[in-house]
Design a protein around this ligand. Structure first.
Ligand code: NAD
Length: 396
């Protein structure tokens, strides 16, 4: 067994590879073991004994805090650093001090600047729109900048007053309508940050034979931050990927965010890969996921394509109300693990997982959250769902 490395810009994946994983809190304890079983079966089905994963559990979350007094031990961060690629179940956000969010801590420590959310429809899943099958969009959301940088000051605080005075006295800003009661936030958007995100989106589009990358922004109003993102994006695309654009293999276009939200509902088939800033990406990913009825089954990953570090995760939370009842849907983490296999270059195993899940949903085999709205729904528990997926793989 060996570890994944990044050498000369290329991800080197050994055939027998160690992958660290966090089980997660709440329903994480149910969905993560099911996911590992499904992934092992898919890898075995695709490669026999030629390839395998040695799962290495690393501690994090509530249990870890109770046993060791820390939510996220250094050894866990070190494992993700060392092994590059990992899988993560949902973690409860600790209430009342200490660490703000375990997810944010992992993203910041490893500088995971892309939040990747592919959104597609699975036949049989209830959707609020008439043609959910027209949605097949990969969202590249910038993960480290924008208003999410966490630079803000509370209304009435000495810092807010100081910042207000600085704006007025040093920067000549007279537009703040209610200076005495204003809170302030700062929105940093850099050329480097925008370029690395947009480069990743374009490389993904090229390597996955996708026809277009749309830069989604609000540059008509925020001219230097969101407008900068758009301008830097077009420049980078022409500079680094000009041959693909000139040959017609790739189209780069852009769309103002409010128009995008409308268009993506009316004509989603016009979009393939979307590159956008942090806050826009937050709204867009959830809206698109809702459109395909997949808000609870959407996969996601946080990735640094330069260092190779990547954590693939369930996008939902720990669902305390259903934890321990064997009814949680493991599809989000399973599809995230399929993304992980694709990232590792094990695309045959990845396709086996998505095809099998699609087959199960078509037949109405699903956990109660999906099966209850399927016309031939056959609800099964979390563990049984995992077993059904594996037997569907075996029968192919
Ligand atoms: P949640 O996603 O846990 O639950 C929202 C709703 O969706 C609930 O009704 C829940 O029962 C349902 N649900 C979620 N996942 C499901 C699944 N796999 N199968 C079936 N139903 C599912 O969101 P919340 O209630 O806002 O958050 C609960 C806790 O989870 C909080 O501590 C929050 O901070 C944490 N959280 C963690 C992550 C993460 O680790 N990535 C993401 C979101 C929330």
């Amino acid at each position: 067994m060996d570890k994944i490395e990044k050498k000369g810009g290329i991800l080197i994946v050994p055939d027998h590879v160690i992958i660290p994983f966090i089980t997660g809190d709440g329903i994480g304890k149910e969905i993560t073991p099911v996911c590992l079983g499904v992934v092992d079966a898919a890898v075995n089905s695709a490669y026999g004994s030629g390839r395998s994963i040695l799962w290495q559990e690393v501690p994090a979350g509530q249990d870890c805090f109770e046993k060791r007094g820390t939510y996220l031990p250094d050894e866990t961060l070190q494992a993700f650093k060392e092994y590059l690629v990992g899988l993560k179940g949902p973690l409860m956000t600790p209430v009342g001090g200490g660490i703000r969010s375990l997810n944010v801590a992992l993203r910041q420590t490893l500088d995971l600047y892309v939040c990747l959310r592919p959104v597609r429809y699975f036949s049989g899943v209830a959707s609020p729109v008439r043609h959910p099958e027209k949605v097949d969009i990969c969202v590249f959301r910038e993960n480290t900048e924008d208003i999410y940088a966490g630079i803000e000051w509370e209304s009435g605080s000495p810092q807010a007053r100081k910042f207000g005075n600085f704006l007025r006295n040093e920067m000549g800003v007279s537009k703040v309508r209610f200076p005495d009661s204003s809170a302030y936030g700062v929105k940093p958007v850099s050329r480097e940050g925008s370029e690395r995100l947009i480069r990743s989106a374009i490389q993904y589009a090229i390597s996955h034979n996708r026809p277009s990358v749309t830069l989604v922004h609000k540059g008509n109003i925020m001219k230097f931050t969101e407008g900068g993102f758009r301008a830097w994006g077009y420049e980078l695309a022409q500079r680094e990927f000009g041959q693909y654009i000139d040959s017609g293999a790739l189209r780069i276009d852009d769309c103002i965010c409010d128009a995008f939200l409308q268009n993506a509902l009316l004509t989603p088939e016009k979009y393939s890969v979307v590159a956008t800033l942090n806050l826009n990406g937050d709204y867009i990913s959830d809206m698109l996921a809702a459109q395909v009825g997949g808000i609870g089954i959407s996969p996601g990953a946080n990735i640094n394509y330069e260092s190779g570090h990547a954590i693939f995760e369930a996008t939902h939370g720990v669902a305390p109300a259903i934890a321990g009842k064997d009814i949680a849907n493991p599809s989000s983490i399973i599809l995230s693990a399929a993304m992980m296999l694709d990232y590792m270059g094990w695309s045959e195993a990845s396709s086996i997982i998505t095809d099998t899940l699609a087959q199960a949903f078509r037949q109405g085999i699903a956990t109660p959250d999906i099966a209850s709205s399927h016309e031939n729904g056959h609800a099964v528990g979390t563990k049984e769902f995992g077993r059904k997926l594996i037997s569907l793989m075996d029968s192919k």
